[in-house]
Each structure stands twice: as structure tokens, then as C-alpha cells.
Design a protein around this ligand. Structure first.
Ligand code: PMP
Length: 409
């Protein structure tokens, strides 16, 4: 496969010349990826990797999934795009199927093209429905790059806009904090926005009783719960949606990433009552396009057919158990956390090396050994394991063996 590709060095040069300088890499020598199948990726030099990051929880159904791509190819060759002023089948079929898998009575969707847009729309809907302007978000959260959504980012490095404080968001670090803000300012707050498991914040699940004391007050003060499932949704955590681990019913749920398995799609969904206020004309040019919706339909079909919810739970248990064993024998690894196949392993400072630096060394060596792992966390010091849900248990065992060797040195 070599000769057709320019190679990583040339790509880095072109990125420097022609792309905005805001992009960054995990590796000193990032590979040029040219091919993928299932949980396996290949680079321009023919080296094979097992993918433990899945493009940040996107490729849950695996790279180049035949079932999904057949639907997409058939659609591409039949009708690629029209505007939503005409009628097309895939968008209504996908909305109907989403309604059957979304928690409780969330059954009306609005489709867009990314996670940021999904949260932007959800926050807008919360304002429209409540007539209130302000929000509560959590420290360590990441919700997007657009105006309202980035205003809700609780990770300093993702607050890019120098004026993002113009979005009225109160940040909280615990359920008690949220309660206090609601007590004082509830009449101005439209919604509480949460990720059930913070992804970029370091794979940090909310405490199991997080919502217990909040829900009654939210109902009373007409504060909506927006659940950002952009990284956690669609079987990733061993449930269709991660909020199911908490037994609460969100008012609005947002999704993106895994619903497209590589094709751009995002949505926010809500109840009939909340949706009934969203009547002013609003449309996304490409949101709900037949091709992305076919990808979404393919993803839902594949999740059902391959039992990916169960797979994520079983493989997740295997991975968590293995990570726990490794971390117990290692002075700089904390306990693994997360649900299903969304697991984080914190790396702490030890002897003369800080956690972030060691995290990078582990990533680099694991890459050389043929395993692409992610990283996140406020200090960029958490190893992130979010493989395609089709990963085999042999692949997990092999990765664990290699990780063990890597951290033992
Ligand atoms: N919410 C969460 C939880 C995310 O992880 C991300 C992206 N990492 C976003 C929102 C934004 O999604 P997008 O990049 O598709 O705009």
C-alpha cells in the first residue's frame, strides 16, 4: 500500500501550511491512516493497529461496516440530497426508530450535522420552551465549539472564544452546587446540561445519586435536564444511552458521533410537550439528509442485529478487570472508571515524571506496539479506552498484555 501515499511527514507539512494552527496530535510521529476494517486500522507503511479510540466513540459499529455502507452506497446512487421542503423517506424512518430506543417519552427529533450543533439546538429549545436564558453546566464538561455549546464547556482548554463568558452559564462541581444555584437563580435557569459520563473531562461518570435530590426541584422550577449523549450514546456504555444507568428521564437528549458511524449526523430529541413550542421555521440544510440518515438506520440495525449493547457490557467487563489488575501492580496508575467500553485509566505523577508526560509515553509506546489508545482529562493525563464495540476479546487480551509490559518498564 506504500507508494500511493505521501507519508506522514508531508501531511504534517501540509497541515502546517494550509490548515488552521489549532489542530493537535497525541503522538510525536502520528501515523497516516489509510485503511480500516472492524477494529483494525492500517497506516501508509502497512503497519497494523488495533483501534482503542474509535475516532472518539464514533466508529462503534467498526470501520468500513458492510451493512451500514451498503445502505449509504445505495442511497448515494439513488438520491443524495434535496432540501427538507420536499419529502424523503430516510429522515422520518430514522426519527421513528430513534423514538423507539430513546429513554421514556422522548420522541421528537431535529437532525443536524454535528454534536456541537445538537447541543446548540437543545439549548435553544430549552430557552424557547422555558422563556429563560441561563444554564447550569458542570466543571470538566465538553459540549461543543459553537456559541451556546462552547459557552457551556467546563474545561478551560476548550473555552476558545475570548467572549464565551457572554453565554450565561453557572458552573457546578457537584450535585449540591447545582442545587444551590437552582435555589438562588432557578427562575432564570432554562436547563441543566450534563454528560452522564464526562468524556473529554477524563471518563468521569456522574455519581450514582447525582440526580436524586435535583429532579423534584427541577420540575418545580421548570428547569430542563439536557443530557449530552454525544460520546456515550448508542450502546457504548452497555446501555443504549448512558443516562439509563441513572434511572432518570431527561427532557432533551442530544446525540451525534456513533449514530453516523463516520458520517456527519447530530440530533436533539424531546417530548411532545417541549417540542410543541418549537414552531418557528427552522431547518438545517444538510441536517436529515438521506445519506446520513441511511447511516443512522444502518447503525441502529447493526446494534440490534449484533447485540452491541450486550457486547459492550461483556467486553467492557473484561477490559475493566484487566485494567484493574494492571493498575493494582503499578504505582502511577489509578483505578479504571467508566461503564461498558468507555473506560478511563488515570495516570498520576510518580518519581520525577508528571502524569501527562507519562501518559504520552505510554500512548507512544502502545502505538509502536500496534494499539491506538486515546487520552483526555483536565490534565491530559487519563488513558481513554473506547474501542469499536465489535472488538474481539482476543484483541482486548492482547492489548492488556502489551499495556502491562509498557507500564512495567
Ligand atoms: N459533546 C460531547 C460530549 C463531545 O464529546 C463532543 C465532541 N468531542 C461534542 C459534544 C461536540 O461534538 P462535535 O465535535 O461533533 O461538534
Amino acid at each position: 500500500i506504500n507508494s500511493d501515499y505521501s507519508g506522514p511527514e508531508k501531511i504534517l507539512e501540509k497541515k502546517k501550511d494550509f490548515l488552521m494552527p489549532c489542530s493537535y496530535h497525541f503522538y510525536k510521529n502520528p501515523p497516516q491512516l489509510v485503511k480500516g476494517k472492524g477494529a483494525t486500522l492500517f497506516d501508509s507503511k502497512g503497519k497494523e493497529y488495533t483501534d482503542f479510540f474509535a475516532g472518539v466513540s464514533v466508529m462503534s459499529c467498526g470501520h468500513c461496516n458492510d451493512l451500514i455502507n451498503k445502505r449509504v452506497m445505495d442511497q448515494l446512487q439513488t438520491l443524495q440530497h434535496t432540501t427538507s421542503i420536499y419529502l424523503t423517506q430516510p429522515v422520518v424512518d430514522l426519527a421513528e426508530q430513534l423514538a423507539s430506543v430513546l429513554p421514556g417519552n422522548l420522541r421528537r427529533s431535529f437532525f443536524c450535522n454535528s454534536g456541537s450543533e445538537a447541543n446548540e439546538g437543545a439549548m435553544l429549545l430549552a430557552r424557547v420552551y422555558t422563556g429563560k436564558k441561563e444554564f447550569i453546566a458542570l466543571d470538566g464538561s465538553l459540549h461543543g465549539r459553537t456559541f451556546l455549546s462552547s459557552g457551556a464547556n467546563g474545561i478551560p482548554m476548550w473555552r476558545t472564544d475570548p467572549f464565551c463568558d457572554e453565554v450565561p452559564v453557572h458552573f457546578a462541581s457537584s450535585s449540591e452546587d447545582v442545587k444551590k444555584i437552582m435555589e438562588e437563580k432557578g427562575d432564570r435557569i432554562a436547563a441543566l446540561l450534563v454528560e452522564p459520563i464526562q468524556g473529554n473531562g477524563g471518563i468521569r461518570p456522574l455519581p450514582s445519586d447525582f440526580f436524586t435530590s435535583l429532579r423534584p426541584m427541577m420540575k418545580e422550577k421548570k428547569i430542563l435536564l439536557i443530557c449530552d449523549e454525544i460520546q456515550t450514546g448508542f450502546a457504548r456504555t452497555g446501555k443504549m444511552f448512558a443516562i439509563e444507568h441513572y434511572g432518570v428521564q431527561p427532557d432533551i437528549l442530544t446525540g451525534a458521533k456513533a449514530l453516523g458511524n463516520g458520517f456527519p449526523i447530530g440530533f436533539f430529541a424531546s417530548t411532545d410537550a417541549i417540542a410543541s413550542t418549537f414552531t418557528k421555521p427552522s431547518a438545517s440544510t444538510l441536517g436529515g439528509n438521506p445519506v446520513s440518515c441511511q447511516a443512522g438506520l444502518g447503525v441502529l440495525e447493526f446494534i440490534r442485529k449484533e447485540n452491541l449493547i450486550e457486547q459492550a457490557r461483556i467486553k467492557g467487563e473484561q477490559l475493566k478487570k484487566g485494567l484493574l489488575e494492571i493498575s493494582r501492580d503499578c504505582p502511577f496508575l489509578g483505578e479504571p472508571r467508566g461503564f461498558g467500553l468507555m473506560l478511563g485509566l488515570p495516570v498520576s505523577s510518580y518519581q520525577d515524571m508528571d502524569g501527562a508526560e507519562r501518559c504520552d509515553l505510554i500512548l507512544e509506546e502502545m502505538k509502536d506496539r500496534g494499539f491506538l489508545i486515546g487520552k483526555n482529562g483536565l490534565g491530559r493525563d487519563v488513558l481513554a479506552f473506547q474501542p469499536p464495540l465489535v472488538i474481539s476479546s482476543e484483541m482486548i487480551s492482547l492489548m492488556l498484555e502489551n499495556l502491562k509490559k509498557t507500564v512495567r518498564k
